[in-house]
Write a protein that binds this ligand. Structure first.
Ligand code: SF4
Ligand code: SF4
Length: 341
C-alpha cells in the first residue's frame, strides 16, 4: 500500500473549487486535555459565549451573501461538540465546502458520514492524541473503526500524529499499528512549541528529524522542521483570499496578524483587494504562510504601512501587557501550536 497525504479531489463536486478560505475556530470546548494543547485548560472547559448564538441558516446566509464560494475549515476546541454541528455542516455544504480538524471522540461522526455530502468535504484531519485515547480501554479501537468507516465511504480522512518529544519513541509503533488495521493516511505533524524549556522544532536532534521526515506525508512539514518561518515583508494573500475567524464571527488576517476584516455574521466583512506585505516577524501558523506568502517583497512604503496597522490593531484585540506576559509564561512551560489547514 502506498502512503501519501494528498487531497484526492477526484470525488469532489464539480463546483467544489472555492474562491475564499476561512479558518473558523468555531468553539472552545473540548472533552480531551492533551498536554500539548495550545488552548489551555480554562478555555477548553468553558464554552465561548457566542457558541450556538446563530442558527445554521443564519451562518449559511452570512457566508453566502458575500457572493463567494468558501472553503470553511472548522477547528476548535472540538468542532463535533458544537451544538447542532452535523446540521450546520449539512447546511453549509449546500453551497460551500468544508474541512475539519477533530479528535473524532464523539459518536455523531457517524451521522456526519451518513448525511453530509462527501463531495463537499475537502478533508478531515483526525488527531490521534494517543495519551488521551489510552485513558479509555476501547477508545483506540473505536477511533480506528470510525476512521475506517469514513475511509470506506470515500472521505479524504487522514490521521495526524503530533511529534511531541515524549511521543517520539513510540510513534513508529503507533503508526504501524494503525496501518496494520487498514488506516491509509497517517501523517506525522511537526510539534511547534516548548517542551522541557526547549523550543521546537529547533530543538529536535538530527536523528529525530530523520524519524519525523520518514513518517510525514506532507511536504510542508519538512519545510516547517527545516526552515525558519519568517515571511516579513513578503506579499501574502491572507486578508484577501484567506481569513481566520473566531466563534463570534470576527475576521482576522491570519493566526499571527491582528488586523481586522469586520464581522461575517453582522455583515461588516471587508476584505483586501490586493496582496499586502506580511507585517510580523514570525509566521505562527506556517501552513498559512507556506500557502499564501509569495516569493516577492512589498514596497518599503507598503511594508511600513502594514507594520503600523498591525501595531494599531493590537489594542482592538484586547491585548494588554498583562495578557502578553501571561501568554509568554504559558508558552515557556508547555504550550504548543497544533493547528493545521
Ligand atoms: S489538542 Fe485538540 S483534542 Fe487535544 S485538548 Fe486541544 S483541542 Fe482538544
Ligand atoms: S506570512 Fe504568515 S504571518 Fe505573514 S501575513 Fe502571511 S500568514 Fe500571516
Amino acid at each position: 500500500m502506498e502512503f501519501t497525504r494528498h487531497i484526492d479531489t477526484s470525488g469532489l463536486a464539480e463546483n467544489a473549487g472555492t474562491d475564499l478560505m476561512v479558518f473558523w475556530n468555531l468553539n472552545h470546548f473540548c472533552d480531551y486535555r492533551c498536554e500539548y494543547c495550545f488552548c489551555g485548560k480554562e478555555k477548553l472547559s468553558a464554552e465561548h459565549p457566542d457558541v450556538g448564538k446563530h442558527s445554521a441558516e443564519r451562518i449559511f446566509e452570512a457566508f453566502t451573501r458575500t457572493g463567494k464560494t468558501w472553503q470553511i475549515h472548522m477547528s476548535g476546541g472540538e468542532p463535533f461538540l458544537y451544538p447542532g454541528f452535523v446540521e450546520l455542516c449539512q447546511k453549509l455544504t449546500e453551497k460551500h465546502c468544508i474541512s475539519i480538524n477533530t479528535n473524532f471522540s464523539t459518536s455523531n461522526v457517524f451521522n456526519f458520514a451518513d448525511t453530509v455530502k462527501r463531495e463537499k468535504v475537502f478533508f478531515i484531519n483526525a488527531g490521534l492524541h494517543i495519551a488521551e485515547r489510552e485513558k479509555n480501554k476501547s477508545a483506540l479501537d473505536e477511533f480506528i473503526r470510525r476512521v475506517l468507516y469514513f475511509q470506506d465511504k470515500g472521505f479524504n480522512i487522514d490521521v495526524g500524529y503530533l511529534t511531541y518529544p515524549p511521543l517520539l519513541e513510540r510513534m513508529a509503533k503507533d503508526i504501524g499499528h494503525l496501518r496494520d488495521k487498514g488506516v491509509k493516511l497517517l501523517n506525522a505533524k511537526v510539534f511547534r512549541g516548548f517542551y522541557a524549556g526547549r523550543r521546537y522544532p529547533g530543538a529536535y536532534t538530527d536523528t529525530e528529524r530523520e524519524i519525523i521526515k520518514k513518517y510525514t506525508l506532507d511536504v510542508r512539514e519538512i519545510d516547517i522542521i527545516d526552515k525558519k518561518m519568517n515571511f516579513f515583508g513578503s506579499l501574502c494573500g491572507t486578508g484577501m483570499k484567506y481569513f481566520r475567524m473566531d466563534p463570534a464571527g470576527n475576521l482576522f488576517r491570519c493566526s499571527s496578524s491582528f488586523k481586522s476584516y469586520g464581522n461575517l455574521f453582522d455583515g461588516t466583512y471587508s476584505p483586501d483587494t490586493v496582496y499586502a506585505p506580511c507585517p510580523v516577524l514570525n509566521c505562527d501558523c506556517p501552513y498559512e504562510g507556506l500557502r499564501y506568502a509569495k516569493n516577492e517583497k512589498g514596497s518599503y512604503g507598503s511594508v511600513c504601512r502594514e507594520a503600523l496597522a498591525e501595531l494599531a490593531a493590537i489594542p482592538r484585540r484586547g491585548i494588554t501587557i498583562k495578557k502578553i506576559l501571561r501568554h509568554i509564561r504559558k508558552r515557556l512551560t508547555l504550550n504548543s501550536e497544533n493547528s493545521e489547514l
